[in-house]
Design a protein around this ligand. Structure first.
Ligand code: PEP
Ligand code: MN
Length: 350
């Protein structure tokens, strides 16, 4: 951290800053220029807050040199981190698509959704058992029963499952039921106690971007998980709230290359919650992959018109299958791969 003194700072002001730096266990490096003095705090500067110095007399401003996040930062770990979820690698050359309904409803709906997801080439299945709904009177999810339904539907298709954890008290149940990937939803991105707890487990985490979160806040939220020891973190851009009302959220495509530069961790995109309408999902999915996303999280329902939650944005199995074919072409054009079941079959029989 650098503390810039005012031109008329007195020796006692400099000494006060120096003492404060030492109090925090850092070393001091003073550089006296012709007009002003710069004081460097050398050591783990992330412990220090610029504000602590800015209120002191004679201090003009104080700034961090290092990024406030460390474990998730690319400057700390240059190579891309890949995360293996049941043999499906996220963050490598292949794009991974996670598909399934917004919420777990019935065994039949889940079996059809799993079959549709697998047939089109999705490698993981989603389905919410605990739903964060705006209204307390809306369907809140099937709860623990939903976890069983999700696992039962996905198992025959060999699809690992992704589901949202809203309450830290359910974490042990999630582990007991063998949830393969824990999703932290947009509304909980800054639920720091929840982040600390999922930081202690050895299960991959999808960390969705908060509705109005800056990229720096999002990275810091991931740092909470990483600081607990869990570095299996996947960022998921799902659209942010802006002044625009023509769609549910604005998919921040710019966030994809920015995050890929800032962090070594994988970045995926949820085009369904971004657009909020099924017809927007193909265009947003293509944009995401073209911009460098490592995967997609897409809502697919066997019968969208009957969905209990987010019916407007769910793709039908046919729409999903058509989208996967389009995406395979885009992936090829940007040096990525999306092996579809047909390609895999052809390769195996060749
Ligand atoms: C979801 O994926 O079902 C969901 C509720 O998403 P978000 O947290 O992004 O709103
Ligand atoms: Mn949804």
């Amino acid at each position: 951290m650098i503390i810039v003194m005012e031109p008329n700072a007195r020796e006692e002001d400099i000494a006060r800053v120096e003492a404060k730096i030492r109090e925090n266990g850092l070393k001091v490096h003073i550089s006296r220029g012709t007009e002003r003095t710069l004081i460097g705090a050398v050591g783990d500067e992330r412990k220090l807050e610029p504000k602590v110095f800015e209120i002191l007399p004679g201090v003009e401003r104080s700034l961090h040199i290092l990024k406030p996040y460390k474990l998730v930062a690319r400057e700390w770990h240059q190579a891309n981190t890949t995360i293996d979820i049941g043999g499906n690698i996220i963050g490598g050359k292949e794009i991974q698509v996670i598909a399934g309904p917004c919420s777990v409803e019935t065994d039949e709906q889940m079996a059809k959704a799993a079959a549709a997801a697998a047939a089109a080439g999705a490698r993981l299945m989603r389905g919410g058992a605990f739903k964060p709904r705006t209204s307390p009177y809306a369907f809140q999810g099937k709860g623990v029963e939903g976890l069983t339904m999700l696992k039962n539907a996905a198992a025959p298709m060999k699809l690992p499952v992704v589901t949202e954890l809203m309450d830290v008290r359910m974490l042990d149940t999630f582990l007991e039921y063998g949830v393969d990937v824990i999703q932290i939803g947009a509304r909980n991105m800054q639920n720091f106690d929840l982040l600390k707890e999922v930081g202690r487990v050895d299960v991959p985490i999808i960390l969705k971007r908060g509705l109005s979160a800056t990229i720096s806040e999002w990275l810091m939220a991931a740092e909470y998980i990483a600081a607990g020891g869990n570095l299996k973190i996947i960022f998921c851009e799902r659209g942010i709230r802006t002044f625009e009302t023509a769609y549910r959220n604005v998919l921040d495509v710019t966030a994809i290359p920015v995050l890929k530069r800032e962090t070594h961790l994988p970045v995926i995109v949820d085009p369904s919650h971004a657009g909020g309408k099924a017809w927007m999902v193909p265009a947003l999915s293509c944009a995401a992959v073209a911009a460098g996303a490592d995967g997609l999280l897409i809502e697919v329902h066997p019968s969208p018109l009957d969905a209990w939650c987010d019916a407007d944005q769910a793709l039908s199995p046919d729409e999903f299958s058509a989208l996967m074919k389009t995406l395979a072409g885009i992936c090829g054009a940007v040096g990525r791969a999306l092996p579809l079941p047909d390609d895999i079959k052809t390769k195996r029989s060749a």
